[in-house]
Design a binder for this molecule. Sequence first.
Ligand code: G1P
Length: 324
Amino acid sequence: MKAIIPAAGIGKRLRPHTLLVPKVMINLAGKPIIGHIIDAISAAGVTHLEIVVGYKNDQVEKYVDLHYSSLKPNFPLQVERSGLGHAVLQGLSDSDEPVLIILGDTIFDLDFKQFLNLNQTTLAVVPVEDPRRFGVAEIENGRVTRLVEKPDAPRSNLALVGLYFIKNQGILKRAIERTISEGITTKGEYQLTDALQLMIADGEEIRTKTISGWYDCGTKESLLASHKFLLSTIQTHNNLPSVIQHQPVFIHPDADVENCVIGPNVTIARNAVIRNAVLANVIVGRYATVENVVLKDSLIGDSAIVQEAARTLNIGDFSELKSY
Ligand code: G1P
């Protein structure tokens, strides 16, 4: 089966980490986000990839070509960012074969095999407190009656989370083309949600699947949460004599780590140098240097340098020195 992975976005909310690297190439637990996604879907039976690229497309193409050439990747270029519907259209064909659509910046903990074997168009949803920043599905007797992209007054709390099994891609292609030819937009963009709503209005039966393992990577906080989940799924142990490790951690064999307490939930990428540091819930990029610090909940980019001097203190009895 073919999968379309929209991966053209800039990742503005993750700046400065996306100034040099596209969001889908941010390294979590030893691999770019898009690598984790491709591993999961190819293990479940995806055999062919359409990766819709845009921002810093060369990095995505180089990585996927190097590691996943057996999945015959194509890289349609979305020149103008005109919305998710427009992005997905670049990877669709007129065939009536099914297709999986999965956002390139979202990690799902899900039985993909089961999802790929559905026999009806199905949208993954999660009940959320505030659905206004999502596509929202209204359902009756298990069937979607209406889809609205980012409604001001949502009539359901079921958010679309970026995973779509489409039974007949030709039908979706024509629906997206219709949004474009008829100028149907929401928030100024051609939306996948609006095209799916046209299909429903035409009588297409669409269902939802409520999932629990959904990790988007759009902000620093959600990226760290996804990272924590991914680390919990991989087993690595790198014995380093002067390092205390609280699992789960990923320390690249080519990182140089000395006199540290590392973990839980820490990735140290290739060629990073870490000395005299205590790190928890931290991602350290390639070739970064981190010395003499205690860090938590932090992202340290590739080749960044965080170096503090060890302090000397001359502090009297009953004095207090605290930093928060
Ligand atoms: C897109 C979709 C939206 C969906 C969301 C999930 O929105 O248009 O329907 O709920 O992804 O992350 P975006 O986040 O790109 O604005």
